[in-house]
Design a protein around this ligand. Structure first.
Ligand code: MLC
Ligand code: AMP
Length: 522
């Protein structure tokens, strides 16, 4: 859980390591956006310094949380870098989260600073000040808002705060199978060690080796877009082609000037439906990475047939950053579709049975992980944290899988009741709790079923109280007013009852089977 093998006099602040990797020519382009803006490496250094000085001027307590719910922009990334270099804790929030969800995060994390969009300022500031937050700023995706106005008056010189590997850098909230979301606490050491391992394992090329250019098309409030993509590019001094949203038409155009792309399987599915994706567009590309959700072997094969490239699938979590990856270099092995590859160097992965004993090669069990990548624990939830760790320090991922004789890991399911939809996690328990509170509802079950675009989507089965009439459309509309849009079940059925086992537990496996053809009808 901790990393403390470095000498304390070495600055383990993640920003210091990223900054050290900037190219010598600070006037070169670091980020080019889809609306025609260019940011040099000097711009990144100076703007993050100004924002760090602004944060520093607020006299925040040690370990202060900076909660951020804003649209994707380079300035939002700069705020992240500023928070790291100032030694505070970044807390990114999905832009889809609605008022009730944000209220919970702010109450739970007690951030000293909240940054939101101008359109949400009214309600966000009200609930933040009520929760004791001292400062609420706005930041919009057109470089406007009070945050940048205030930072404009700050110096562009800033000495990066000295951090230890075990110092907290980011909190990422992940939902739970029961109860409310938990804040996964990630340290500078977690993030830096993982970024360094991936730099070597994926063969990032610095300028002398011809350079890499990353197409950044992911959201920046989760591990994939914020850590794997941004840390990867910055730690290698590589330029990013920055897309404000994933657009399957823009990506093949960007490929002509890029070498690396990272996406969730839904993005690959949508790209395959785009006629301009072809061998010629992908000719100069070096690496396609997929993760955050299972990739169907059909997608993996179709990608190879269409572009000539073999997707590299890797496996990660908010709590552990990246744990396993298919190899990039042939000397480490081949890239195998349907597997998530080998444990990353320095990361120990094992598969155990319910009693906690390692299972034989090829047998199925719970995936557990230990290493410098594994988080410090859940924010202010010591009991939850210790429940999720074994006595010998392994984190129980909640994923079910197997490891073959060559060490390749395959995920076959999950012990946690979780739907992964387009790379976002949706916890049925949260949706069911909302539905169960609606008038006329006796009970409900939400299950994940296959769907071509998002891989898996939720279907809600709802039982009415005696004498009550329920309308599925009204249920969906009511959910939309309280929950983030990606959590909304794509179908709702009113049913007479839910199948239960002898213990009285709803048989979700049976429901998944019954409704498996909902989006794949003949
Ligand atoms: C959008 N919708 C979704 C959805 N995304 N529904 C289910 N699952 C999703 N992922 C909703 C929209 O709100 C809309 O509803 C309808 O579906 C159609 O939306 P869209 O316009 O087609 O979606 P789009 O905005 O294009 O987004 C699709 C997407 C996005 C794939 C680009 O979901 C995305 O960026 N996913 C990446 C998630 C990610 O970064 N995950 C990493 C987690 S880190 P309506 O009702 O409004 O019409 C992690 C660790 C690791 O897991 O290993 O990396
Ligand atoms: P999150 O909590 O959003 O970080 O999601 C982490 C979960 O995403 C993991 O526990 C896995 O269930 C899933 N996941 C990540 N990468 C993959 C992958 N390549 N294949 C299958 N599932 C994945």
């Amino acid at each position: 859980m901790t990393v403390s093998n470095l000498h304390p006099s070495i600055n383990s602040n993640l920003y210091a390591a990223l900054r050290a990797a900037f190219p010598a020519d600070l006037d070169g382009v670091a980020v080019e956006t889809d609306n025609g803006l260019f940011y040099s490496w000097r711009d990144l250094e100076r703007a993050s310094a100004m924002l760090a000085n602004l944060l520093g001027s607020l006299e925040l307590p040690t370990g202060a949380r900076i909660a951020v719910q804003v649209d994707k922009s380079v300035e939002a990334m700069l705020l992240y870098l500023a928070t790291l270099r100032a030694g505070y804790v970044f807390l990114p929030l999905n832009t889809a989260y609605q008022r009730a969800e944000i209220e919970y995060f702010i109450d739970n994390a007690q951030p000293s600073v909240v940054v939101c969009t101008t359109r949400n300022f009214g309600w966000v500031s009200k609930l933040s000040f009520t929760a004791g937050t001292g400062h609420v700023f706005t930041l919009d995706d057109d470089r406007s808002g009070s945050l940048l106005q205030r930072a404009a008056h700050c110096s562009d010189q800033h000495a990066v705060v000295h951090s230890q590997p075990d110092d907290l850098g980011v909190i990422i909230y992940t939902s739970g199978t029961t109860g409310r979301s938990k804040g996964a606490m990630l340290t500078h050491g977690n993030m830096l060690s993982n970024a360094q391992v991936l730099k070597d394992y994926w063969g990032w090329r610095n300028a002398e080796q011809g350079g890499d250019v990353l197409i950044h098309a992911l959201p920046i409030f989760h591990v994939h877009g914020l850590f794997v993509a941004i840390h990867g590019a910055l730690l290698n001094g590589s330029k990013m082609l920055w897309l404000s949203h994933f657009d399957p038409k823009l990506v093949p155009q960007a490929m002509r000037r890029a070498t690396v792309f990272m996406g969730v399987p839904t993005m690959y599915v949508r790209l395959l439906a785009e006629p301009s994706l072809n061998r010629e567009a992908a000719q100069g590309m070096r690496l396609f990475v997929s993760g955050s959700a299972p990739m169907l072997i059909d997608t993996f094969d179709a990608w190879r047939a269409r572009t000539g490239h073999t997707i590299l699938e890797r496996y990660g979590m908010s709590e552990t950053v990246m744990l396993t990856s298919n190899p990039y270099f042939a000397v480490h092995g081949e890239r195998r579709g349907g597997t998530v590859g080998l444990p990353l160097p320095g990361v120990s992965v094992r598969v155990c049975d319910d009693a906690g004993a390692s299972v034989p090669v090829g047998s199925i069990g719970g995936i557990e992980v230990k290493g410098p990548n594994v988080f410090k624990g859940y924010w202010r939830m010591p009991e939850k944290t210790s429940e999720e760790f074994t006595a010998d320090g392994y984190f129980r991922t909640g994923d079910v899988g197997k490891i073959d004789a060559q060490g390749y890991v395959t995920i076959v399911g999950r012990s946690k009741d979780l739907i992964i939809s387009g790379g976002y996690n949706v916890y049925p328990a949260e949706i069911e709790a909302c539905i169960n509170e609606m008038p006329g509802v006796a009970e409900s079950a939400v299950v994940g079923v296959p769907q071509a675009d998002f891989g898996e989507v939720g279907v809600a089965l709802v039982v009415a109280k005696p004498g009550c009439d329920l309308n599925p459309l009204v249920i969906i509309a009511a959910l939309k007013s309280t929950l983030a849009n990606f959590k909304i079940p794509k179908q709702c059925f009113v049913v007479d009852d839910l199948p239960r086992n002898a213990m009285g537990k709803v048989q979700k496996g049976l429901l998944r089977e019954q409704y498996s053809q909902t989006f794949h009808g003949p």
